[in-house]
Design a protein. Sequence first.
Lengths: 148, 137
Amino acid sequence: MSEQPRKFDPSKATSFFTGRGHPGWLGLQYSDHGDDWVELELPWREDLLGEEGQRVLASGPILSLMDMASGMAIWRAMDEFSAIATLDLRVDYVRPAREGASVFGRSQCYRLTRSAAFVRGLAHDGDAGDPVAHIQAVFMKIASTARL
Amino acid sequence: MADISDIDALTPYARSLGIALESWEDGIPILSVPFDELVEGRPDHYHGGATGGLLETAGYAVLRAELARQQRAAMLKPINITVQYLAAGKSRTSYAAGRITKLGRRSANLTVEAWQDDRSRPIATAVMNVLMAEPTN
């Protein structure tokens, strides 16, 4: 099945989100996408390590990676960019990421309602069949009339 | 009681993000992070990931402080975290403090709150489980 033409193309839109701010600081990059999922890459960085004395990526950047990939998966599924806010995000860290490896965050928006978006995803360091983390999250659409 | 030198164990990640130890309150470290481009998501607001990173760091900090108090050496490994985002984090300093709900031999259960101007109105909360592994030499 060929992909339907869409307005929101993650391969083009990613640089808009990752060129600045927190995603820019982390150095997030576009990796891959499908109809309702987006995968971003978090390149290895020495200053993002966790526990002192260990060569293991901290868990915080993985949480940020998955939050960003989830947001983009939702815009992909909605096929438009609109304001959304994370309501609830759960991350299970099933194993440490390999030293020196990029971590890839793949999130799928499996259900959209009028006000909420439900996502699930995983983080891996090269083999999606052997994840480093699993996530589950709910985002809320922010109505344009709502106060921030 | 643990003092600041006992938990200079803010991770390299936490220091890079600008997280600092603000003060101590009944043995609990209060952490802060200034609003900066490093933490920004949509304009003038915290990125959910940055808020999550602050919560997680405050959770590890309270656990490290308690382990130091008990003179227990352990390597902390994340098991999981669930973050509840309650209000938008705006363009000002955020604070976070954790509480140990259960300290076991191998794992700890923590709750953490983050706030800005008004501590009674948290912007996010988290529940975390952390594994305490034997230190390797």
